[in-house]
Every structure is written in C-alpha cells, then in structure tokens.
Ligand binder design. Sequence first.
Ligand code: ADP
Ligand code: MG
Length: 290
Amino acid sequence: ATPMAVMVGTGLGAMNGILFKNAAALEDATKLDVIIFDKTGTLTLGQPEVVEVVAAPGTGADAALALAAAVEQGSDHPLAQAILRRAAGLNAEKASGFANIEGKGAQAEVAGRTVFLGNRRLMDEQRIDMAGLAEKAQELQGGGRTVVHVAHGGKLVGLIAIADAVRPSSADTVAALKRRGVQVAMLTGDNRGTAERIAGMLGIDIVLADVLPGQKTDKVKELQAGGKKVGMVGDGVNDAPALTQADVGFAIGAGTDVAMESADVVLMKSDPFDVVGAIVLSRATLRKMH
Ligand code: ADP
Ligand code: MG
C-alpha cells in the first residue's frame, strides 16, 4: 500500500480501537488463511465461576472446596480466583509447599498429605482413582464446564465444575470470518470435551485442546508449515510466544501486558469482532494501492 493509504488505514483502525503497531501488520492481515483464537479470556469473558461441586462418596462438597481453596491461595490462575470466591465462607484449611503444575493444575500439602488439583490428565498421572465420578466429570465437560479434580492423600475428594461465559460477539466473529474465507481454530489448555462443546456453540470446526502452555507456538508453526498464513488472537502470558510466532498476532486489550507487547495489533475494546474489522480495514487499505 502507499504510505498515505497505510496512514489512513492505521488511523481509521485507531479511531475504532484497533491499534496496528506497524504497516506490515496491516498488509499481512489481508493474507490470513486461518485465525487461531485462544479460548479462555479471548472467546470467553475469562471470568470463571464455580457452578457445581460434586463430592466423592464418603466426603462432602464443602470439604472438597476447602481443600481446593487452601491450595489455590498460592495460585494466580483465573480458575483459582473462582474457587477462592466460592469457598469464601468456609473454614479455611492450611496449606504449605504450593507448586504450580504447568498446564495441569497445582499441588500443596494439607494436614500432612498432598493435595493435587487440576485436570483429568493430572489425576491419571498421579494414578488417582476417579471414585465412580469419571462419567459425571465427562458429562460436566460435555456441557462446556471446566472440571477441577481435587484429590487428597491419593484419593479423589470431589469435582469442581467451573463455567466461563462466551463473549457476546464470539459466534458472530467466527461466522463473519468464515464468510470472508478465513478458517477459524480454537486453541486451549483446557480438555477436549469442554473445548469441543464451546467450539460447537461458536461454529468453530478446528479444535486444538489439551495444549500445554509451551506447545501453543508449535501449533502455530504446524499450520504455517502447511503453507498457511496464520493469525493468532490471545490475552494471556501463555499466548505471548504464539502471538509472536503468528504472521499477525492480535491481543485482547484487557489481557496481559506481555500479550499486548507481543502482538502486532491490539484490540482496545477487547472485542473479538474487531479481528473482522481489522481484516476488512486491511483489505480496503490494500485495494487503494491498485
Ligand atoms: P488455559 O488457560 O487455556 O485453561 P492452562 O495451561 O492455564 O490453560 O491450564 C490448563 C488446564 O489445567 C486448565 O483448564 C485446568 O484444568 C488446569 N489447571 C491449571 N492451573 C490450575 C489451577 N491453578 N487450578 C485448577 N486447575 C488448573
Ligand atoms: Mg486466555
């Protein structure tokens, strides 16, 4: 595009809360074949809430919540905040030796025994028996809930089902991109069941689930190796390397500073639909050079 067209294009974007950091991003946005959206905090509001607690046989829901809350005091994960809010009125347990288990959960010592909490993969790794709740967990995940499993001393104590509402414009964003010939994918550390359900609600057909934080970049590279120009939209610290790797990285304005620093385009209104705006604007700007 001519320097003038680029100036007009980036100016129009800025007026609409779409900040292109450089002229290359404006040009590259016209060429995107596929756009990968992070799930949590990007397609969803990132305001998780506990909606159900299921106790394992012989235990109680409050016991499971109190144990989970004791561990989550050491965590800054969004799921931890949801659990701590729900457990606010309960008698607190004392935990020590907190450790984050990246992409899977966390652990700490309570009453001389280890609490593991997190996803099913973590339970399987720790050889924790599902105490007859495997189907219940699957059912919750199939309903779009994220299930946090709580185990103490090697035994499952309960399941905490957490919901995170999708952003109001997420489905329209997906539809508008597909109409314009852009493929849409979802990328998440969350489990496949939950991810598939939310993707289904939004009309997304490519689901990359159970992805560990360090693997997000690889998913972008794999698509690029297949000859595609890849856009990535994210909000989290975890997303930053993938935003850099993508041909165009888009950061949600309400997200982390690192995500915004790593992105080529910042969506100031934190509205995923502005990705469509960015592409429409870039295509219009580039047409002006012909
Ligand atoms: P995402 O942000 O995409 O959910 P993460 O890598 O942060 O990905 O987490 C992946 C999964 O690991 C979560 O969906 C959750 O099941 C589990 N997990 C991670 N950290 C915690 C935590 N502090 N408490 C409970 N579960 C956790
Ligand atoms: Mg996120």
